[in-house]
Design a binder for this molecule. Sequence first.
Ligand code: URP
Ligand code: ZN
Ligand code: ZN
Length: 478
Amino acid sequence: MQPFDTVIRNARVVTAADIFSSDIGIRDGRIAALGLDLAAGLTEIDAAGRHVTPGGIDSHVHFDQPTGDGLVMADDFSSGTRSAACGGTTTVIPFACQQKGQTLRAAVDDYHRRAGDKPVIDYAFHLIVTDPTPEVLREELPALIAEGYTSFKIYMTYDALKLNDREILETLSVARREGAMVMLHAENSDCIAWLTERLLAAGLDAPRYHATSRPMLVEREATHRAIALAELVDVPILIVHVSGREAIEQIRWAQSLGLKVYAETCPQYLFLTADSLGCDDGFDGAKCICSPPPRDAANQRIIWDGLENGSFEIFSSDHAPFRFDGPDGKKAHGEQASFDKVANGIPGVETRMALLWSEGVRTGRITAQSFVALTSTNAAKMYGLYPRKGSIAIGTDADLVIWDEGQTVHLTNAMLHHNVDYTPYAGMQLTAWPAMTLSRGEVVWNGEPQGQAGRGRFLACERPAPAQVRRRQTELPL
Ligand code: URP
Ligand code: ZN
Ligand code: ZN
């Protein structure tokens, strides 16, 4: 028998279901054996006393996404995937965004060019549908779903991206027919525009008014509407970046009716509040401008509750990286720019896993198994990568994180590997950090970044598992 390439010894293996003590034998990039006292490997890694989890799947990141308006994302597929790997993530799913007037195919081709030979870890693409012409709906979208782009995002806000309700219905109905997963950015665009106009007219234009312009009711209303549209079409949906109570109430209400409505949340809704956008009129708060905005301490607790009680399937970063200083990031329109001109989004691909392990698992708020489900397994199932990704089992890709725990990690931007000049989480004291990340059996982080650019592979996604997309019976001719 060929020896193992690598054996990880005496691991405390965590999956979404179990924790057990085991060695992990790796051959040809896959897990070849689990058990105690495995035969020797060409490389031996001692994990005695350490938790080993599946590599993270960050299913909501933005790398090198064309944005228009003179803005440039700070991370491309090279720095973005390297940063992800250093934070324990082994698969990312960024977005190929259709520009209005562009074909979906052109958007996908462009995004493959951008990825090129840069990725350090494996990656798939979600689509963003912004221009659902009859051609897109009839030909392009079904063809791309069949080719492995099985999930797409719809925006209910941002002029350059949003669909109206009729367009959303048409697009959802393609998802239903083709078995794709739809992600919805739920905020009421007209309410935001109306409020923004009034705030600016009153001279209230500092970064902190970004939060005032997007109160929770705009998220609640759009979440409810998204659920209603999906119920009408009888198709599952996933509401992304849920920020607090009012949206969760809508989602739980839908779930209680048996509707397949899934939800995602992100670190910014656990660790930031609207005060992070500033308590005075200074520009520093622009660093934390993202949409929906972070809320308050009470809503942070409600998000924690949702992670504990199963309201959320997915904990992603929504890494949307813009530099604070420089001509093409948060200050692209100057330091006096009104909040509506500031790039939306914050970095977080490298900190996501450690934040949740440290502040969720080690504080006893969530179990280690829930951590795995939220950061990896559920995304693999939802987006058609399971069981190859998201698990620790014989035959799966050897995408693994070995954890360091118990020592205080003082979080600074200097220790991160993204190309952003700040982290919103600077100053936090964490008690966990990935000691080692393996991607298909190869060490890509061991205290230093290791993976070669270009070693990451594109993953064509299957359609989501049937349990994820099971539909109700409907009398309507859909
Ligand atoms: O502010 C955010 N979240 N920017 C990223 C784009 C998005 O809507 O996810
Ligand atoms: Zn969004
Ligand atoms: Zn996003």
